[in-house]
Design a protein around this ligand. Structure first.
Ligand code: NAD
Length: 484
């Protein structure tokens, strides 16, 4: 099977912050990959806009270097790179100044899709929106893309939403959470709603609990100053883990349509119970083997910011009554793992001898490494010796399965940028979703601040503090192993 790549409509995509880290590492290499896949139409234009005094050639050189750095050699034919660079333009612009805006206005063509990627600090969103409006560069059909962090609490998220709402309707605003662009995350919806097998079992009657893990091996070095004001709750739970939880727990939407999906996600967030103090474990990594501790990385010797958090969450609705969702995420952990594991209950009655053992099914959706899914089923252990039950995985690693089909799996940013051009908001967060997530997060952060709670230390290269293990042990459960 050859993959079906349908070119998107012609577009002018302006990347504010086009010389920044995100643009060089993700956005432009991603566009290059869509170009080589045949998805970027011949007359598409990508316009870098940032403060650096560059011209088109200077910008093309910078992006050529970025492609060499971030795209493997065997995936970049010099002829393709040269052809891609011809689509690039550059305008030097200051979001808070007047220079460059007329030039940008003149560059924009009529009758093509207009998209503006705000890959700059959120405190510039208002200025950019205002300048675009003043210079009559934006119309009712254009789209804007905004990056995380979308606020640091409910008040600041509301204020950002209000700022954007002055010049854009909600259906023009694309709030990126790149987790939603991952193949596996979308596959979670395909598996749940495209098969008859799972949905009848997808509830508290048959599911014992769900574990969502996002473990990273890196520390916060390099962005310690920013991270120290944020912490794992704001940086990961409020957005990425919350989105994964919503997609796992939501009711089937009536249609795979942006508002139908986002309405269901919003209902999950609004059904979250407040989390008691005892159901949250915050941790902070120490130093080892010459590697700096969190406090050293953050250059803050008295920091009480968490680089790890684990929590037990209850969703107060009919479907999930009594089935906990355990979430954990942290830095400097044993391995890099992002996964959702759905642990089913054991069969209600065993027909086998006690020595045969019992097993429960488990469906794991792996976001990384090796995007894929794994369903553990119980079978008889082969060979003589009577009936002994063992668990075996039915494993589907997408890279293997899809390579056989000749498909080309775009990375999250590539897919999401193409969705912006196509005008499909399904995989983007709506303003009310973001606000609801903050409304749930804020009191938890407030409560540990009020109590003067200090994070528990943990050794780097582990699965986090001991207390996080206890969070499940005391319920008679165990975290899935984070393999070395
Ligand atoms: P960066 O500091 O590397 O780049 C910032 C860009 O903004 C530069 O191109 C700079 O010229 C431009 N800029 C700064 N002030 C400006 C002004 N007054 N007018 C016009 N342009 C101006 O930042 P980054 O890492 O690329 O991040 C950009 C945004 O994306 C931030 O909001 C960040 O939080 C978010 N983000 C970044 C990453 C990442 O991996 N880098 C990941 C997720 C979200």
């Amino acid at each position: 099977m050859v993959s079906r790549v349908i070119p998107v409509d012609p577009f002018d995509l302006v990347i504010f912050g086009g010389t920044g880290d995100l643009a060089r590492r993700k956005i432009l290499p991603g566009l290059f990959r869509r170009f080589t896949a045949g998805q970027m139409p011949g007359d598409a234009r990508v316009i870098g806009a940032a403060r650096s005094e560059l011209d088109d050639d200077g910008f093309r050189k910078m992006i050529s270097d970025a492609i060499s750095e971030f795209i493997p050699k065997d995936e970049r034919d010099p002829k393709d790179v040269k052809a891609f660079l011809e689509h690039l333009h550059y305008v030097a612009i200051d979001a808070r100044g007047t220079d460059g805006w007329n030039a940008l206005g003149k560059l924009m063509r009529k009758d093509v899709v207009h998209a503006f990627y705000f890959s700059v600090s959120p405190n510039l969103f208002g200025d950019l929106a205002e300048r675009l409006h003043e210079h009559k560069i934006i119309g009712a059909d254009c789209r804007i893309v905004v990056e995380k962090p979308f606020g640091r609490d409910l008040a600041s998220a509301r204020s950002l939403n209000d700022t954007l709402a002055k010049h854009f309707n909600e259906d023009q605003i694309y709030r990126i959470d790149h987790y939603l662009g991952k193949e596996t995350v979308q596959n979670l919806m395909a598996v749940r709603f495209g098969n008859i097998l799972f949905e009848p079992l997808w509830n508290a009657q048959y599911i014992d609990h769900v574990q969502i893990t996002v473990a990273e091996t890196v520390g916060v070095g390099g962005r310690g100053e920013y991270y120290d004001k944020s912490g794992a709750m704001r940086d990961m739970v409020q957005n990425h883990l919350m989105q994964l939880l919503c997609l796992t727990a939501m009711e089937p939407p009536a249609k795979f349509d942006p508002d139908a999906v986002r309405d269901e996600k919003l209902k999950v967030i609004r059904a979250l119970d407040p989390v008691p103090h005892d159901d949250i474990v915050r941790g902070q990594y120490g130093g080892a083997d010459g590697q700096p501790s969190y406090k050293e990385d953050a250059e803050n010797s008295s920091s009480t910011t968490e680089s790890f958090i684990a929590m037990k969450i209850h969703i107060a609705n009919w479907r999930w009554n009594g089935t906990p969702f355990y979430l954990r995420t942290g830095k400097r952990m044993r391995n890099q793992v992002s996964e959702i594991a759905v642990r089913f209950k054991e069969p209600p009655h065993s027909i086998f001898d006690e020595d045969a053992g019992t097993n429960a099914n488990e469906l794991t959706i792996r976001l990384q490494p090796n995007e894929g899914m794994d369903l553990r089923v119980t079978i008889k252990e082969p060979g003589p010796g009577g009936m002994r039950l063992i668990e075996v995985p039915l494993d589907m690693t997408f890279a293997d399965a899809l390579e056989q089909n000749g498909s080309d799996v775009p990375d999250a940013y590539e897919r999401l940028i193409m969705d912006v051009i196509r005008g499909n908001q399904t995989l983007f967060m709506r303003g009310d979703e973001v606000e609801a997530a903050w409304a749930w997060t804020d009191p938890l952060i407030e409560s540990w601040k009020e109590r003067g709670d200090k994070p528990k230390p943990y050794d780097p290269g582990t699965a986090g503090p001991e207390d996080a293990l206890m969070l499940l042990h005391r319920d008679g459960r165990r975290w899935r192993e984070i393999k070395p």
